[in-house]
Design a protein around this ligand. Structure first.
Ligand SMILES: NC(=O)c1ccc[n+]([C@@H]2O[C@H](COP(=O)([O-])OP(=O)(O)OC[C@H]3O[C@@H](n4cnc5c(N)ncnc54)[C@H](OP(=O)(O)O)[C@@H]3O)[C@@H](O)[C@H]2O)c1
Length: 326
């Protein structure tokens, strides 16, 4: 397992981060715990969750329940100090006013709820889940800074921010002498490379750790879906994951087919190829791998150990340009 410093900090994290969005939502506690233990036993020391993750994300109750955090809290008993535990705040946790977003009030309430569910007295990386246009960033950063002073949080990070939102946040932290976001969590995979334009260059320049999510495009880059109507049983599409179904467009199916051919040429499975590409992209600290079965974790570890070459980079870029450039 390879470990890397998270941005400019002294914190060391494995280049595979275990994503736990499936825990308590598409898979039950026993299956989740098995995956978590497989990850830890294989050297993964970095776990990503969110207050929002859990079974409440179905259409009848579209709010977070904290189920993923609860499962992790129970499963980590006795092992907490070996893990870099990252969670998030900001998505809706209920119907009421002040039950979502990045206000001081909501953050202060939610951090205590997360600590209780995770059965810990500190969070290593507390991330804001997405930009909140209705709350001044100053208010959010001041609240997060207080959490670090109180010892509830070690580092702060953000997710789904545009480069200008991250740059603006950094400028405010400097001006107000507050903690800075040390990491960014964006989407990144062979099908969606938009962060290469601004977010990656800015983060590299400023020493921000980049922890990317959906490296397999929620499963599309495994080749298990070939059309909108062929979801294998037990897959996330079969469970009705809306954000995955949104990716079922012709452009993506065509690209998946083209990348499958390329992977085959190098005797790799599509998922190995897609993950290996992410692990070897400049500036990326860790890829957050979503797993609903233990073998998803061990496959990701194998992919992280494959050799990547400049020739492969050129082939991928040629294919990418063919799809995107006029
Ligand atoms: N910050 C954010 O807004 C945000 C958004 C999304 C995700 N995340 C984080 O990132 C994590 C990963 O995201 P993701 O789940 O979308 O990641 P992903 O790695 O792109 O997709 C994971 C899915 O791919 C399939 N898969 C993985 N390995 C496989 C293998 N070896 N063979 C066949 N299928 C395989 C599984 O699908 P099946 O379960 O269908 O078999 C699995 O659920 C989440 O758990 C969460 O922690 C953050």
């Amino acid at each position: 397992m390879e470990y890397r410093k998270l941005g400019n900090t002294g914190l060391e994290v494995s280049n595979i981060c275990l994503g736990t969005m499936a825990f308590g939502r598409w898979i039950d506690e026993d299956a989740s715990v098995e995956i978590l233990h497989t990850a830890i036993e294989n050297g993964i020391n970095f776990i990503d969750t969110a207050n929002f993750y859990g079974k409440g994300q179905d259409t009848s109750y579209p709010y977070g329940t904290g189920a993923s955090e609860e499962i992790i809290g129970r499963a980590l008993a006795g092992r907490r100090q070996d893990i870099v535990l990252a969670t998030k705040v900001g998505l809706p946790m209920g119907r009421g006013r002040n039950e979502s977003g990045l206000s001081r009030l909501h953050i202060m309430k939610e951090v205590d709820q997360s600590l209780l569910r995770l059965q810990t007295d500190y969070i290593d990386l507390y991330q804001v889940h997405r930009f909140d246009p209705d709350t001044p960033i100053e208010e959010t950063l001041r609240a997060l800074d207080d959490l670090v002073r109180q010892g509830k949080v070690r580092y702060i990070g953000c997710s789904n921010f545009a480069a200008y939102q991250l740059a603006k946040s950094h400028a405010i932290s400097e001006r107000m002498n507050l903690e800075k976001f040390i990491s960014i969590q964006p989407r990144y995979n062979l099908l969606y490379r938009e962060i290469e334009q601004e977010l990656i260059p800015y983060s590299q320049e400023e020493g921000v750790g980049i922890i990317v999510y959906s490296p397999l495009a929620r499963g599309l880059l495994t080749g298990k879906y070939t059309s909108p109507d062929d979801a294998p049983p037990e897959s996330r599409a079969a469970h009705g994951e809306v954000n995955l179904q949104k990716l079922f467009v012709e452009r993506n199916f065509k690209q998946v087919e083209a990348y499958s051919q390329l992977a085959k040429k190098y005797n790799q499975s599509l998922s190995e190829f897609a993950l290996s590409w992410v692990f070897n992209q400049p500036g990326i600290t860790s890829a957050i791998v979503g797993a609903s079965k233990p073998y998803h974790v061990t496959d990701a570890i194998k992919a992280s150990e494959l050799t990547w070459t400049d020739e492969l980079t050129k082939e991928v870029d040629r294919l990418h340009d063919f799809v995107y450039l006029p």
